[in-house]
Design a protein around this ligand. Structure first.
Ligand SMILES: Nc1ncnc2c1ncn2[C@@H]1O[C@H](COP(=O)(O)O)[C@@H](OP(=O)(O)O)[C@H]1O
Ligand SMILES: [Mg+2]
Length: 261
């Protein structure tokens, strides 16, 4: 099996962002609606084409599952020991609203867990990355920084809680309302996890569905920064590529949660 070069994956994410920004900065772009009612633009397609081509050229032996590729049948997919899991433009609704809250996400999944993740924010130019047991990092205007989550207890007052800007449901609102005077911040895309990884927020409860590609890169980056993402149903790590559809019904992402309540 070929080994993977994280520097190359970071370059691929940045190259994909250039494709996205060509569309973002153009006067006007068409917005189509997919079968699941979510939006699709030329930027999603250009970013996907770029990432898929680069990954195939450099890692011919590692299959790719991407939001914008044709779905891979579970009977085929369940035999994968390693695969790329890609969301070429996470936060398409935010892209359409032109608020900058969208990301490029590339993860490498091995035996059901992410072992590498790269997230790039096209508008700010910031890149986040992590590999299993090697820590999490980001690079922006201030150079490279090691990411480290803030410690907290669930009973703390004024916890900083991030939630979806465009997909916030009643169940999540009720969960947040039970906390002790929470300070809520709405953001689009996997950026929410990055706020936890940077020590800027404590909790990201998501009691509504996402797809595996929305969170795989963020999951490993947050974990390597000292946090954790768990399924609500069993309070365990998310197991990827574990069923017919790649839907995760709900999860809670934590910064560094202390055991005492
Ligand atoms: N009902 C649903 N089922 C599955 N995924 C959903 C969903 N509603 C929203 N999502 C996912 O939530 C992502 C947006 O996250 P957020 O709400 O945190 O900004 C979308 O990513 P895309 O923008 O890549 O389609 C989409 O995959
Ligand atoms: Mg997405």
């Amino acid at each position: 099996m070929s080994s993977v070069d994280i520097e190359l994956i970071k370059k691929i994410a940045i190259g994909a962002a250039q494709q996205i920004l060509k569309v973002y900065n153009s006067e006007d772009f068409a917005v189509e609606t997919k079968e699941d009612s979510s939006p699709l633009t030329k930027a999603d397609r250009l970013s996907n084409d770029y990432i898929v081509k680069e990954l195939q050229e450099n890692y011919a032996d590692i299959p790719i599952v991407s939001e914008e590729n044709e779905a891979v049948d579970y009977e085929v997919r369940k035999k994968y020991t390693r695969f790329w899991l890609v969301d070429p433009l996470d936060g398409t609704k935010e892209f359409v609203k032109k608020n900058g809250e969208f990301t490029v996400n590339i993860a490498l999944i091995e035996q059901g867990s992410p072992i590498l993740g790269v997230i790039h924010i096209p508008v700010s130019g910031k890149t986040y990355w992590a590999q299993l047991n090697e820590g999490a990092y980001c690079e922006g205007e201030d150079g490279v920084q090691k990411l480290c989550c803030e410690e907290f207890k669930m009973s703390d007052e004024n916890l900083s809680v991030v939630c979806s800007r465009s997909n916030l449901n009643e169940e999540t609102k009720e969960y947040i309302a039970k906390l002790n005077n929470p300070q809520t911040l709405a953001k689009g895309s996997s950026l929410k996890f990055m706020l936890l990884a940077e020590g800027e927020a404590h909790l990201y409860p998501r009691l509504s569905p996402v797809m595996e590609w929305d969170i795989a890169a963020a999951d490993i980056i947050l974990r390597e920064a000292g946090g954790r993402t768990v399924c609500v149903s069993n309070n365990q790590d998310i197991v990827y590529n574990n069923g017919q559809d790649m839907r995760i019904p709900s999860f809670i992402a934590y910064a560094k949660k202390m055991i005492n309540p």
